[in-house]
Design a protein around this ligand. Sequence first.
Ligand code: PEP
Ligand code: MG
Length: 912
Amino acid sequence: MATAVKTAVKYVYSFGPDGTDGEAKMRDLLGGKGANLAEMTKIGLPVPAGFTIGTNVCNYYYAHDKSYPTELKELVSAAMAKIEQEMGAKFGSTTNPLLVSCRSGARDSMPGMMDTVLNIGLNDQTVDALAKQSGNERFAWDSYRRFVQMYGDVVLDMKPKTKEDHDPFEELLHAKKEKAGVKLDTELSAPQLKELVAEFKKAIKEGTGKQFPDDPMQQVWGAIGAVFGSWMNDRAVVYRRTYGIPHEWGTAVNVQAMVFGNLGDDCATGVAMTRDVALGAPGLNGDYLINAQGEDVVAGIRTPKRIEETLAKDMPASHKELTEIGQKLEKHYKDVQDIEFTVQRGRVWMLQTRNAKRTGFAAVRIAVDFVNEKLITKQEALQARRIPADDLNQLLQPLYDPKSKQKALKEGRMLAKGINAGPGAASGKICFHASDAEAAWLKDKNVELILVRRETSPEDLRGMKIAKGILTAFGGASSHAALVSRQMGKACIVGCGDLDIDYRAGTMTVGSTVLRVGDDISIDGFTGEVFKGDVEERPSEILQVLLDKTLKPEESEVYGRFQQLMGWVDENRKLKVRTNADEPKQAQEAIAFGAEGIGLCRTEHMFFDHIDDFRQMILAETLEGREVALAKLLPFQSEDFAGLFQAMNGRPVTIRLLDPPLHEFLPHQPAEQAELAKKIGVSAEVIARRVAELHEFNPMLGHRGCRLGIVYPEITRMQARAIFEAACQVQKSGIKVAVEVMVPLVGFAAEFKDQEAIIRETATKVFGEQKVKVEYLVGTMVEVPRACACAESVAERAEFFSFGTNDLTQTTLGMSRDDYAGYINHYREHDIVPNDPFQTIDIDGVGALMKIAVAGGRKARPNLKIGICGEHGGDPASVHFCHAIGLDYVSCSPFRVPIARLAAAQAAVAGK
Ligand code: PEP
Ligand code: MG
C-alpha cells in the first residue's frame, strides 16, 4: 500500500522590514495587493509589517460553510506576533498598542468592491495609550470613532442598503456637529468624539443586539470574516461579471500594521499615479491630504490637493522620495503604477502598488511612450492587459463640437468647472440616484442620462454603467467616481465644488441656476466644464483624420500615436481583418480603419432602395412573373456591386446570395398592401393572399438562405449575373477585382453543389459575353450545426468557409437571436452563462462545433480559407478564439475594425 504523502498547504504569508516569504508572482494565491506588498518589501521599499491570508482560505471558507481550516487560528496568532516584533508594538497593549488594518485583495483589483476595516485593536483602554503615545488625544479618539463606525458598517452589517435606509452613524455624527455648532468632522473635540464613540456603541447594541467587541483578537477575526464575506456581496459579484473575473478566484485578506497620516501637519496620505491615467502624460501625479487618513482621499468626501501642484512645496523631502519610488516601481513592474502612501511624521510608508487603470487614450500613449523610452518591447506594448482592445473605442468617441461649445459659452450656459476625470463628451438628462438610472433604463434601453451625485460609492456601480456620464460635487481624480468611470470609458467630472445638490428636492443648484431631475446637462470630461442644456458632439480626432479629413494627421498627437501602435499591431497579427459592408461608403470607412477586404456583403440590404421591384419578384406566382421583376433588379444590383468592387480596389469581396425569409420584405398592413397593388398593377386581394401564403411560424428556420435559391434558381442566376457583370466591367476599367461568392445557410453538401453549379454556369456565360475572365471563388457560410458536422463533404466543393456565428449560435443553442433579450440578463446575473452568447462566442458549445468544422474542412482541402462574419468577429475574446483555432480572417463592422486588429495582434503575442 502506498504511504500517503502529507503536503503542507501554506495559508499565511508574512511581509515587513525583516523580509517576506511572498512575491509578485504569487498573485493567484496572495491576491494583487498581497503579492505586491511582498514584492515592494523584496525590492527594499518601506512597507509596514503585515501578513496575507491566501485565496485558498477564501475558497475553503466558501466550500466549508463559512469556516476556516483548523490550523489558521494558530498561524494568524504567530503572524500577529511577528508584526508586533517588527513594528516594536503590542496588540492590545495599554502602553504601546499596535493597530492593524484588514483589507481584501483579489488577483485582479476590484477597486472599492470589497470591504476594509482600519484601526483594529482600539478599545477603551488602548485608546488612552494611543492618546498618550501620540501626544494627540483628539487623533486617538477620532481613530476610535472611525473604527467603531467602520466595524459597525462592515462587520456588523449596519451600512444602509437603499437610499431610504437611515445611517445611524452619519446621523449621530451630524447631530454632534450641529450641537457643537461646527461644519467639519475635524472640528469636533476629543471629548465630543469620546461621546460619539459611546453613542455609536449604543447604536450597535440597539441595531444588532450585539455588543461591540473590546477584545482586539476578536476584532481581527470579525474583520477577516467580513472581508472574506464581501467577496460575495452584490457589487463585487456585479463587478466580476462585468470584467469577466471568475468567482472561483476568491480574495486574499491582508492584515497590516497601521501607519498614520493624521497625526499632525507633518503627516499626509495620498494616492498617486506614476503617469497621468486620463491622457497618459508622464510625471507623478495624484491626490493627497495633509493630516488625514487614507479613506478620506478615496471616499471623495474632502477634495484633496494635487501632488503635481503642491506636494513639492508642502513636503519637499517626501515628494522627492515618492518620485524616486515611483520611477523605481515603473522600472521594476514595467508599467504605470497606482500607489497608496502615508507620510507619518515625515516618514514615507508604501501601502500599495498596482498596475494603474487607465483610459483608452492613456493606455495608447503610455504603451507607445514606454516603447520609445525602451522600458518595454513593441510586442509587450500590445499586451491585452496594457490596452484592452475594446478601450480603443474611447479614441473613436465623440468630442464636443467647438462651435456648439463656443455658443454655449457665449450664452452663459457654462455652469461650473470640476476636475476632468474621464475624457469624452456626454449630454443627457440629470439623474441623481443610481437606482433611478436603472429604473429608467429598464423602461428605455436608449436613455441618455448623466448621473449627478455628491460623490459615488460602489453601490452606484449599476447606475454608473447605464449613465452616459458622471458628475460629482466632491472627490478628486482618484475618487471612486473617477476610477470607475475611467475604466468604463465614460465622460466624468469630479470635485465640482460649485454644485449644491439636494437629493430630497431633486435639484442641483449653481449660483442662481436651479436644474431639476430630468433637465438636460452636458459635461466635457476632457476639460471639466459643465453646461446647462445640450451641446453638440462631434467625432473623435481619429475619426476626423481618417474619415472626415477635417484634421491633418500631423495635427493630431492622438492620431500619431494610434497610427504608430497600429503599425506594430499589423506587424504582429496573423489573422486578417475584413469588414461587413453593403455600401461603398461603409467599405471606404472600413478601409480607412484598416480593413483588408469585405467578409460579408448582405445582398438583401441592397434591395431596400428598390423595394417595390423586389416585392414584385417575391409576389410573382410564376417563373415568368419572377423573371420580369428580376430583370428590373439586375441593373441595380450590378451597379451596387460595381461600386463595392471599385471601393475595395482589388481587395477580396465576399458577396452572399439572398438569405432572409422573403415575407420580411412584404407589406403587412392593408393600406400598404393597397398602395403596392396600385404600383405593380395587381389587386390588393392577390397581395393579401400571397402574404398569407408566405407566412411562416418560425421564419428563422423557414424558407431562407440557400433554400430560396434552390427552389427559385432564377434568383441565384440573377444575382450571379449581377456579380460577374459588375466584376467584368470594373476589371475592364483597370481596377483589380477579387470576388468570393458565398452561399448561405448550407447544411447539406448537395445544397452547396446545386447553387455552385448555377453560379459557375452563369460566370462562364457572362465571361463569354464580356470577353474577359475574372478570378473568383465559390464558398459557403457555416451557420448550422449540420454544416460543421459534415464540413469535410461540404469542403470537397466549397473553396472557402465563413462562420455565420449569429445563426450558428441561434441554431446550436436553440435560442432565437431576436428573442433572447427577455431572459439573457437573468441568465447573466445567475451565472448560467458566462457571457452574452450572441456577443462572445460560446466556446464550449458553438466553439466546439467550429473546431469540428475547421478540422473537417481542412481534411478535404488543406488550404481551405476560413473566416468568420457573425457579430462575434469584432469581439476581442472571440477574436482570440478565432486565432487559436486557426482561422484566416475575422470580419466585423467598420468601426470595430481597429479593435479586431488589435485583438488579433494580442492573440498572436499572447502565444509567444
Ligand atoms: C450570421 O448568421 O452570423 C451571419 C453573418 O448572417 P446574418 O446575420 O445575416 O444571418
Ligand atoms: Mg446568418
